[in-house]
Design a binder for this molecule. Sequence first.
Ligand code: FMN
Length: 327
Amino acid sequence: MTETIAAWTDRPDTILSQALRYSRLPVCITDPSQADNPIVFANAAFTALTGYTHNEIVGRNCRFLQGPDTTPASLDKLRAILASGEVGTVEITNYRKDGSKFLNSLQIGPIVNEEGRITHFFGSQLDVTDARNREDSARDLADAETKHRLKNIVSVLSVLIRLTARETLGPDALIREIIERVQAVGDAHIRILTGSESGKSPIHEVIGGIIGAYAARGSASYDLDGPDIELTPDAVTPISLLLHELATNAVKYGALSTPGGAVDITWQTGDGMLTLNWAEKGGPPVEHSGRASGSDIVGRLVEGSGGKLEFDWRREGLRVRMDLPLA
Ligand SMILES: Cc1cc2nc3c(=O)[nH]c(=O)nc-3n(C[C@H](O)[C@H](O)[C@H](O)COP(=O)(O)O)c2cc1C
């Protein structure tokens, strides 16, 4: 059978033999009719991957590629695939001739003749070391980011709860206000998680998503204008909380409480800062002269992030300006 394979792959006119010999994918073929199922053919990509010459490979069982870090679990899987008579893939730690390790994504399967008998096995080896390393470092980064976000969420929530408790009278109102604010933080973080792959959120989506949830007349009652920027998760939280507070008040007492009212939200960036302007118009005359407690709480969070929050209680409509560091 060894001769048959050799003769087959030696015929220069055979497209299949050319494909096997010159494929950039390492390939080897073994013969189970011989003792210990040795390699009878290995292509140039296989010798390039492993560092062994063709003569050093042919006649040996593929297990010579294994070494101390090859796990028993990967060997069990390999044996199970071979026993199943099906094609299967296993990731197994292998070693080159120079002793260097690589992670081999090995695909193996039987070659069956017309009578249904297994005459050979094929194996194709793919070095996935770099791909796995990249995945590992991406996962480490994502884990670190998740921890950082979790710490942030916990500290934002503890500030929120402490300040809300200090400024809210009565247990019912306290519970309601805490639930609303915790919900706003939760919504902001869900938005971050479902945002773009870079982990950043487009500002239009963040602002539009929040205000859209409050505006009964939909986009007719608000206008957004500003450059397309991507917000980091750290910036999304204060912006979301501020908009939640402002929108809640606007629905209860301000421009969003009347059919003709509307809110203009505009923003600019410069010197690493984001300036966000909130301007209500067409609502009932503004009577308020002090800050609402919710906005006060957000003000402290914004100040905690190195930013600033200013209120202008104009009779024709509340105006708010927030300056927030982008980094
Ligand atoms: C076609 C074929 C290709 C194989 N290629 C590899 C390989 O690249 N790396 C490896 O560690 N094992 C490879 N093996 C698996 C080993 O040859 C062997 O089957 C495995 O170590 C389990 O058998 P054992 O318990 O006798 O060692 C291959 C097996 C076959 C049939």
